[in-house]
Design a binder for this molecule. Structure first.
Ligand SMILES: [Zn+2]
Length: 73
């Protein structure tokens, strides 16, 4: 399976969480100035894991539109 580029929304949701999005699969991406590139991954599970390591102070969640299997909040 090819890997896909993911990004983190710099701006938190109302609940304080930062959402991970799949760049080419999401129709609800944050504005470009709020996108933090995370690199390419096989799936959102890997992308969320990487985001948590990179930003340990953030609450990280998957976008419910492009990464529903990682959306927990
Ligand atoms: Zn998304």
């Amino acid at each position: 399976m090819p890997s896909k580029p993911y990004l983190l929304n710099k701006r938190p949701q109302n609940g304080g969480e930062h959402e991970v999005h799949s760049l080419y699969e999401c129709e609800h991406l944050p504005n470009i100035e709020f996108r933090i590139p995370l690199g390419s991954f096989q799936n959102c599970i890997e992308a969320v894991s990487a985001a948590k390591q990179k930003f340990p102070g953030h609450v990280i969640d998957g976008c419910k539109f492009c990464s529903p299997q990682c959306h927990t909040r």
